[in-house]
Design a protein around this ligand. Structure first.
Ligand SMILES: [Zn+2]
Length: 90
């Protein structure tokens, strides 16, 4: 299991459960978690925001975690990954 406070601007936590499943902490419901799944290469979330807009901060958190994992495997890509995460979080 890999857990990360993925970016200093937020206090969201992302837990990688493996096999395309993640848990992301809920900001509106402290102590709660939303489940994010990878369905055929699309990330989907169970939260109300995702159902309305097909995007939410939980998806952003999982994408950021994936970037972090990629950056750990390939340090040269780190600067670009940070810039992309900051653009998404702005
Ligand atoms: Zn969500």
């Amino acid at each position: 299991m890999f857990t990360a406070q993925y970016i200093a601007k937020t206090d969201d936590s992302v837990i990688d459960l493996g096999k395309g499943n993640w848990l992301v902490s809920s900001k509106s419901n402290p102590g709660g978690w939303y489940q994010v799944k990878d369905l055929f290469d699309n990330l989907v979330c169970e939260c109300p925001g995702y159902l309305n807009r097909y995007h939410c901060r939980h998806i952003t958190g999982v994408v950021a975690l994936q970037w972090m994992q990629r950056r750990a495997a390939n340090p040269e890509s780190g600067r670009q990954a940070v810039a992309e995460i900051q653009a998404l979080s702005a």
